[in-house]
Design a protein around this ligand. Structure first.
Ligand code: 5GP
Length: 342
């Protein structure tokens, strides 16, 4: 539907390596034929589902394909261009810095290369404002988390406002947030905004209770926070009192099977309460979606009017980690486009 494509959008939850399109994957596969990787190993097509565990296997495969500065530059530029082509005007991209001995890739160069891709897109006048969140993979434990925070802190000061925050992601069944708390506190104290994956699986209740005290600036998923799915009133109270926006990824949650069907998605629970919700793609490549499709899906599943859809996309501006003048610029852009599109 043209309306959803034309709708100006804000994307706040997109993992770089999960966002690589079919076409870009094809290029990577041709570059590395010896790996014998096929599309079925990097994407979950329509109607297909995987366990969350299988989803994390997919990322391991993609990481084999994207393992040098050259790959990262290509992938990051392509992903930014894809989002722009889908009508995303503001994007916060997140990625876990990796080091790869064979290609000489370091974590520092990893981040610098993503920032170079952002710079090149800007220079080429791609119509999108891009910021970056440095991601901590919880699987790697507290020492790596602390190192990553230090790296993120350096870039917060040197990247001209492009690095704005820290993400906590990775397999939610591995490790406990209590071990990462001091790294996250450090990040917060040095001015990094926190976007944390919380309660993606039911067993994270105590962890969420703890991490919500930080508090995070945004919540990723938050699937099992509310009491109807085994969360608690106390968790909901903390989220509501602190008015913490929740990043919602419908297709990702249904294909990853943490949510049984679209109509049972927790978007419904939070949206009805008037809580800040922002629709996002999570991994548009892996889950074969885009942000237009996510808006359309939410509208058709929950019966949202076009006016309500517009409000949803406009309100997301307020949940970005962008400085105030950028938010104002985006508000202006939305206002200009409104008569044309709505
Ligand atoms: P990258 O950080 O390499 O750019 O993107 C892939 C990584 O993002 C994965 O290895 C994983 O750590 C994280 N990730 C992507 N999708 C999800 C998700 O749905 N849940 C969680 N917890 N982590 C994810």
């Amino acid at each position: 539907d043209l309306f959803y494509r034309q709708l100006p959008k804000v994307e706040l939850h997109a993992h770089l390596n999960g966002s690589v399109s079919f076409e870009t994957m094809e290029t990577l596969m041709k570059r590395k034929p010896h790996l014998n990787i096929e599309h079925s190993m990097t994407a979950i097509r329509r109607g297909q589902r995987r366990s969350l565990d299988e989803c994390f296997q997919v990322f391991k495969v993609i990481h084999q394909l994207v393992d040098s500065e050259e790959d990262i530059l290509m992938v990051a530029k392509a992903v930014i261009q894809d989002f722009a082509a889908d009508g995303v005007k503001y994007l916060e991209l997140r990625s876990t810095p990796r080091e790869v001995t064979e290609t000489g890739l370091t974590k520092q160069r990893y981040i610098e290369t993503v920032l170079e891709a952002i710079r090149q897109c800007k220079q080429e006048e791609v119509d999108i404002d891009v910021r970056f969140l440095v991601a901590v993979d919880r699987r790697h434990g507290p020492v790596v988390a602390m190192e990553t925070v230090k790296l993120a802190e350096d870039f917060l000061l040197s990247s001209d406002g492009v690095v704005v925050g820290l993400d906590l992601s990775g397999d939610p069944t591995v490790g406990h947030g209590k071990d990462l708390l001091s790294a996250l506190e450090n990040a917060k104290n040095c001015g990094l905004k926190l976007a944390l994956h919380l309660s993606e699986v039911p067993s994270q209740r105590d962890e969420s209770e703890l991490l919500l005290n930080l508090p995070p600036d945004r919540i990723g998923h938050g699937t099992f926070l509310h009491p109807e799915v085994g969360g608690s009133d106390s968790l909901v109270d903390k989220v509501c009192k602190q008015n913490i926006p929740i990043e919602m990824c419908l297709t990702s949650n249904v294909k990853g099977q943490t949510v049984p069907s679209y109509d049972k998605h927790h978007f419904q629970y939070w949206y009805k309460r008037g809580h800040p919700c922002v629709l996002c793609t999570d991994d548009k490549g892996v889950f074969c979606t885009d942000l237009s499709q996510e808006y359309q899906l939410a509208a058709s599943t929950f019966g949202l009017t076009r006016e309500a859809v517009w409000m949803l996309s406009q309100q997301a501006i307020g949940y970005t980690f962008a400085p105030e003048p950028i938010k104002q610029r985006l508000e202006k852009k939305w206002a200009e486009l409104k008569q044309q599109i709505l």
